[in-house]
Write a protein that binds this ligand. Structure first.
Ligand SMILES: [Fe+2]
Length: 270
């Protein structure tokens, strides 16, 4: 247990120092560096909460927290260099993160096997589908970070949608045009339980629809309960135009969530 604290303390202080090296007087950049710093620290809490709900052992929790701490480490260099979080306009932030971790060798105190798990989970945290590479621990940790990351992005964007009229942050909108329409492929995906492709994004509303569809990519039971508790679906829907399509989507996605939750209830009754 001692080891656990020593380790995570070291990684947390390394992370803090690393991020502080990107701090700047430029408020537009600083705001976004802080945004990702705070996001990361909340994802660490989410992943521990999720891991504990799943009754993972101490070592799995320790690795999960390290993955959460480093999953977006590429974001700081990405924003400083390119001024955007849009991977399409810059580079893949997960790959960039791996470069940072390998160049600094910050994970050297982990075993080779642990390093492989951390590297793979980070690489897979933002891919459309986690590849099946046959390693159970890599799969577990990839799924954990993907759920925890989504929970916090939902937290960030739903707050943003209600606060946006007060202060806009174009980086959080990927600079997409805020028109009143949306692309029909996103509607079609949502009604067919599919996660959309971020390469199809054409408007700010598309981004909200994409984020709604992440619910089809959730891996663990407790995450569905968190989505319900935090009223994620309702909050995203409120930020979208009031049309027939959107009402259909709301019903469909709400049904999906209720089904996932009631299946769980049924399964745990026995
Ligand atoms: Fe990320």
């Amino acid at each position: 247990m001692m080891e656990y604290n020593v380790d995570t303390d070291f990684f947390h202080s390394w992370f803090r120092n690393y991020v502080e090296s990107f701090y700047t007087e430029d408020p537009k950049i600083q705001q976004n560096i802080r945004l990702k710093e705070e996001h990361t620290l909340r994802v660490c809490k989410e992943i521990l909460r999720l891991g504990k709900a799943l009754k993972l052992n101490g070592n799995a929790l320790r690795l999960a927290e390290i993955i959460a701490l480093f999953h977006d480490i590429g974001r700081f260099e990405q924003f400083t260099t390119y001024g955007t979080f849009d991977d399409r306009m810059s580079e893949n932030h997960a790959t960039l993160g791996l470069k940072v971790l390998k160049a600094t060798n910050v994970l050297s105190r982990l075993t080779k096997m642990e390093q492989t798990i951390v590297y793979n989970a980070i690489e897979y945290h933002n891919v459309r589908r986690v590849p099946d590479n046959g390693d159970e621990l890599i799969e577990l940790h990839s799924k954990l970070i993907r759920d925890a990351d989504k929970l916090d992005i939902w937290y960030v964007v739903t707050n943003y949608y209600t606060e946006r009229h007060r202060q806009r942050n174009p980086a959080l909108e990927l600079e997409l045009p805020d028109t009143s329409d949306y692309s029909l492929c996103f509607v079609d995906d949502l009604l067919n339980d599919r996660v959309s492709n971020s390469y199809d994004l054409k408007s700010f509303n598309d981004m909200k629809l994409l984020q709604l569809g992440w619910i089809f990519d959730i891996n663990f039971t407790p995450t569905f309960f968190y989505i319900q508790e935090r009223r994620i679906i309702e909050k995203i829907i409120t930020a979208l135009p009031d049309t027939e399509d959107i009402r259909k989507i709301q019903n469909h996605v709400t049904d999906y969530l209720e089904k996932r939750i009631s299946n769980i209830r049924k399964a745990t009754r026995f």
